[in-house]
Ligand binder design. Structure first.
Ligand SMILES: Nc1ncnc2c1ncn2[C@@H]1O[C@H](COP(=O)(O)OP(=O)(O)O)[C@@H](O)[C@H]1O
Ligand SMILES: [Mg+2]
Length: 307
């Protein structure tokens, strides 16, 4: 009964072969580096859709490929700081000091132990009050953008990517992120109600583009927490692709236990379990983003209003 040919025909063998094929494809070519810093805000006012997970793992994937990457944690929960193993106790200087107290960004940046060229501006609990404190400050929508621009201009060796991890709201912190960025990445969870609230998010982005940051565009939509066993996930994925054929990445991030375990070890899934399906998917998504580069703005031919 030791039929060796059939032992290669098991689901497990198929899975292993598939993982090997994906690893080879990922290893076979290096990723292009952008000529100008890409500043990408990861936003969706819904909580728990994978913003932080996406920020941390795309940043780690790109840093692993040789890019110099900065993550700005703009959520008072500080989950991105935790996942990147960056100190963010209440007495540590953080993004709050930059936005509210005009501290230089360069003074609060920390290196993440995750990858060589991966850096993080941490967030801590002080940021929870910033939404209210910002209201009475001058240039309240531009504070992060100006600090980031000053920092980037001061560097000899530029960053290739800056990711900003937004809180689950459309308040002043998120507006600061939209003003600082050139691109928005929207993670969409493959679940019911996935598209709810999306038109409000897009409207807000359009307002920012019209009044505060003409360079802003929704460049990337990433489907997350996909469970291929459910029809619903397939329907949601198809729906999103129908609405956003240009922006939606081919790569879909599957629901994976390894992805959700990694932050509790202060790690991205890229270093925690490099061969897991979650890690491979984030590496593939990062490769797709790097290869696509920055697309020309869609609105340029249709919007005659100018600024
Ligand atoms: N692909 C995935 N598979 C399994 N769990 C995931 C995945 N992506 C995110 N999670 C988990 O879902 C929860 C919400 O994700 P998170 O990235 O924190 O969302 P957000 O930042 O939008 O609130 C976290 O507990 C996270 O670990
Ligand atoms: Mg988050």
């Amino acid at each position: 009964m030791t039929d060796t040919s059939s032992s290669f025909d098991t689901p497990l063998a198929h899975e292993l072969a598939e993982i090997r094929r994906r690893k080879q494809a990922l290893a076979s070519s290096s990723l292009p580096l952008p000529s100008k810093t890409r500043i990408i805000t990861v936003s969706n006012q819904k909580g728990g859709v994978g913003k932080t997970t996406t920020t941390v793992n795309l940043a780690a994937a790109l840093a692993r490929s040789g890019a110099k990457v900065l993550v700005i944690d703009l959520d008072p929960q500080g989950n991105a700081s935790t996942a990147l193993s960056v100190e963010h106790r209440a007495d540590v200087q953080s993004v709050y000091d930059v936005i509210v107290s005009d501290e230089e960004l360069g003074d609060v940046v920390q290196k993440s132990p995750e990858f060589d060229r991966l850096y993080c501006v941490p967030a801590n609990i002080h940021l929870a009050g910033a939404e209210i404190e910002l209201v009475s400050l001058v240039a309240r929508e531009q504070r992060l953008g100006r600090a980031l621009r000053r920092y980037l201009d001061s560097l000899d060796e530029p960053f290739h990517y800056v990711f900003i991890d937004c809180p689950p709201s459309l308040g002043l912190l998120t507006i600061n992120a939209f003003v600082a960025a050139t691109e928005v990445l929207i993670p969409i969870q493959c679940e019911y109600y996935a598209l709810e609230g999306l038109s409000q998010l897009l409207q807000n982005i359009q307002l920012i583009e019209r009044h505060l940051n003409p360079d802003l565009q929704v460049s990337t939509i990433l489907l997350t927490m996909y469970d291929s066993r459910t029809n619903l996930a397939n329907q949601v994925a198809q729906d999103v692709r129908d609405h956003f054929p240009r922006e939606t990445l081919d790569t879909i991030i599957p629901r994976s236990v390894r992805v959700s375990e990694a932050p509790s070890y202060g790690q991205s899934v890229i270093s925690y379990d490099p061969n897991s399906s979650g890690s491979l998917s984030y590496l593939e998504a990062a490769a797709e983003m790097a290869r696509r580069g920055v697309m020309p703005k869609k609105s340029e031919s249709t919007n005659g209003e100018g600024e």
